[in-house]
Design a protein around this ligand. Structure first.
Ligand SMILES: NC(=O)c1ccc[n+]([C@@H]2O[C@H](COP(=O)([O-])OP(=O)(O)OC[C@H]3O[C@@H](n4cnc5c(N)ncnc54)[C@H](OP(=O)(O)O)[C@@H]3O)[C@@H](O)[C@H]2O)c1
Length: 347
């Protein structure tokens, strides 16, 4: 139990990620004194429901953190909003937990997945900020860490199947509208703004912009963030694909280790790791899918099998709710660990 209760701001409280943060804070026993939902001037006049009462959304301004005596500020309103307003929250004495990519690769800012590198949180005082990794990185490193500890991870090859909600609420609406247009026989006229291609009845092998090396920014986030979180130069090659689902990212992983690995042993190790759930029984067609993970705070793993040619390679399928595990849940878990550290109960 925490010793005190905290004033918490959620920046982007009515966005896809912000709404999940607010929901999780109600579901768990978070030591909350006051919740302050913040968004842009567009949202003033709107409210959020919290534990049976309605709380008005307040416009994000530089002085709001000091005025509301915020101690923990959870940001998910886009990189430029974090760049502009996170320093004001820090100046007001709050710890910032940032869901955007803006601060992730800054060497003075810890990038944390609590199941993998909780010890990095204690570095937060350098900047006042703790960064939350990319959604596709979080669920992957949760599965990599327990296996790396035993077999020594050498290389990761990953293909992702990422839901539209990864690009925010507008992107989910775009998929729904295009499907409605399909049933009205006018899909060819349907607009696409959130994605640069039609997403309904399609898959798009591009997430974010391309970089000079031919990989997309999303793919390079998986490479660079994995190295920073695991404190290890893992060779990693990613192909990130947007698929026409609403929620839940899936990843097909091919892992190469220093040592030989048996699928049964790997299954046993993963089943004991925190916040992982094994769903792996081909006889019963049991494996994780996006529909398995919606609204869940665990990462689901199945299709665990040996490579047919190399004894040090393993294949598996990893699925998690991108809005929860890939964003909101991880941010709230960081806040919980931060509280434990600040209250001298951990590390
Ligand atoms: N979706 C995911 O799976 C995921 C995962 C990890 C990280 N992230 C990151 O989290 C951030 C938010 O993503 P999202 O999916 O929640 O987006 P979203 O659904 O589009 O929501 C954006 C939120 O930010 C607020 N906002 C936008 N501009 C603002 C401004 N100038 N000042 C104050 N508030 C502003 C919006 O409020 P208004 O309605 O008032 O504009 C809204 O509450 C992004 O940086 C994204 O990359 C998303």
């Amino acid at each position: 139990m925490a010793e005190k209760t905290y004033n918490v701001a959620v920046v982007g409280a009515n966005g896809a990620v912000g709404e999940e943060i607010v929901t999780i804070l109600q579901e768990i026993d978070f030591p909350l004194n006051k919740l302050v939902p913040l968004a842009s001037a567009r949202s003033v006049g709107k409210s959020i429901d919290f534990n049976g009462s309605s709380i008005s959304i307040i416009e994000l301004t530089h002085d709001i953190f000091e005025k509301e005596e915020i101690e923990i500020a959870l940001f998910s309103a886009g990189g430029s909003v974090s760049a502009t307003f996170a320093p004001s929250a820090v100046k007001a004495g709050a710890v910032v937990i940032d869901n955007t990519s803006h601060f992730r690769m800054d060497k003075d800012i810890p990038l944390v997945v609590p199941e993998v590198n909780p010890e990095d949180i204690s570095m937060w005082k350098k900047s006042g900020i703790i960064a939350n990794p990319n959604c596709s990185t979080i669920q992957m490193v949760q599965a990599l860490k327990p296996l790396d500890d035993v077999y020594g991870l050498k290389r990761v090859d990953v293909s992702t199947y990422q839901a539209t909600s990864g690009a925010g609420k507008v992107a989910m609406e775009e998929l729904v509208t295009q499907m409605q247009d399909f049933f009205a026989f006018k899909l060819s006229e349907s607009e696409h703004k959130a994605f640069n291609q039609q997403i309904a009845l399609n898959v798009i092998p591009q997430i974010d912009v391309f970089t000079e090396n031919g990989y997309t920014k999303e793919e390079m986030k998986m490479v660079n963030e994995t190295t920073k979180i695991m404190h290890k130069n893992v060779a990693l090659s990613a192909t990130c694909v947007r698929v026409p689902t609403l929620r839940g990212h899936a990843e097909a992983l091919t892992l190469t280790f220093e040592k030989d690995i048996l699928a049964d042993e790997a299954r046993e190790i993963l089943s004991k790791a925190p916040n992982l759930v094994i769903l792996d029984n081909p006889d019963e067609a049991l494996y994780p899918m996006p529909s398995t993970c919606v609204d869940k705070n665990e990462t689901f793993i199945g299709r665990i099998r040996n490579d047919m040619y190399a004894k040090n390679m393993l294949h598996l399928f990893v699925v998690a709710d991108n809005l929860r595990v890939g964003a909101a849940t991880n941010a709230v878990r960081i806040a919980q660990k931060w509280i434990e550290i600040e209250e001298g109960k951990l590390i």
